[in-house]
Design a protein around this ligand. Structure first.
Ligand code: NAD
Length: 274
């Protein structure tokens, strides 16, 4: 018996085997859930269809991975087509994972104060508004007692230099979770965010997660960083009926880093280096 036996849902945001969305989806697939996936659209004349291939390489191994279709979350037609495909394949769905973010490198590398108007709008549209858009498009095909989860980061709660405009997007995303939880609560749809510590992925390389990993090792109560598998399990939990009393919540999977009010053991190390 798997936790997701008989459960069906849609996973948005797998780019490759390091994607957090894949860590969560793998857990769901292995626990018996049926999933539909999306990938970033490839250019029609690109014979390699790289975006699709990177994802199909993963999903092809699972019979319960039921569809893989292109979606750019900036396009309402693409979002509608995903939900139509989900309705045709599954009827109703039990879970929806949103694991999507983007900001231009220019805006991430410069100071936040210099963020361009276009860069701000683009980052907000893809990284925050998209949750509202997909929740709205999915709500009519979601079962009562179903769940939506999104991925966030501590940089939306506190200033994490280098995270810049993405921190502002995460603050908007975190607030969206609470308002969507309120709107969708009467339908029995829960909406939550999972705040992961830094993991090596395509997206995190753009926001300089590398330096943060060693900071977590030195500062977090557990004295280490987290793993993809740990986030995978918590993501699956938040999308399962095991968490059915939780909504509007932001759950940290960060080895306790967010609980610290000082650099902790890092101070001892600095003192011994003096
Ligand atoms: N990796 C980390 O350290 C970390 C920590 C906390 C939160 N997160 C968040 O987790 C989520 C997933 O990121 P990840 O680290 O797994 O990296 P990733 O690069 O594997 O995933 C980001 C996904 O966003 C998708 N995407 C970007 N623009 C899109 C668009 N216009 N339309 C549709 N999809 C689009 C990409 O195709 C990709 O699948 C993001 O929200 C990220 O901010 C990551």
């Amino acid at each position: 018996m798997g936790l997701f036996d008989g459960k069906k849902g849609v996973v948005l945001g797998v780019a490759n085997d390091r994607s957090i969305a894949w860590a969560i989806a793998k857990e769901i697939l292995e626990q018996g859930g049926e999933c539909g996936f999306t990938h970033l659209p490839d250019k029609a004349d690109d014979p390699k269809q790289k975006n699709r291939r990177r994802v199909s390489r993963l999903t092809d191994d699972y019979e319960n991975a039921r569809f893989l279709i292109p979606m750019n979350v900036q396009q309402d037609d693409d979002i509608a087509s995903v939900m139509n495909t989900a309705a045709e394949t599954f009827g109703k769905i039990d879970f929806l994972l949103h694991s999507i973010a983007f900001a231009s490198l220019e805006d991430l590398r410069g100071d936040t104060v210099e963020t361009s108007r276009e860069g701000f709008k683009l980052a907000m549209e893809i990284s925050a508004y998209s949750l509202v858009a997909v929740a709205n498009a999915a709500k009519d095909i979601m079962n009562p007692a179903s769940a939506i989860a999104t991925m966030t980061y501590f940089g939306g709660e506190k200033c994490v230099p280098g995270y810049n405009v993405m921190g502002i997007c995460k603050a908007a995303l975190d607030a969206s979770v609470r308002y969507l939880a309120y709107d969708l609560g009467p339908r029995g749809i829960r909406v939550n965010a999972i705040s992961a510590g830094p993991l090596k992925t395509l997206a995190s390389s753009a926001v300089g997660a590398k330096g943060m990993e060693s900071l977590y090792q030195h500062m977090s109560p557990l004295g280490r960083n987290i793993t993809h598998a740990e986030v995978g399990r918590v993501g699956a939990f938040m999308l399962s009926s095991m968490s059915d009393g939780i909504t509007g919540e932001l759950l940290h999977v960060d080895a306790g880093y967010n609980a610290m009010g000082s650099p902790g053991r890092l101070l001892d190390q600095l003192a011994s280096n003096k």
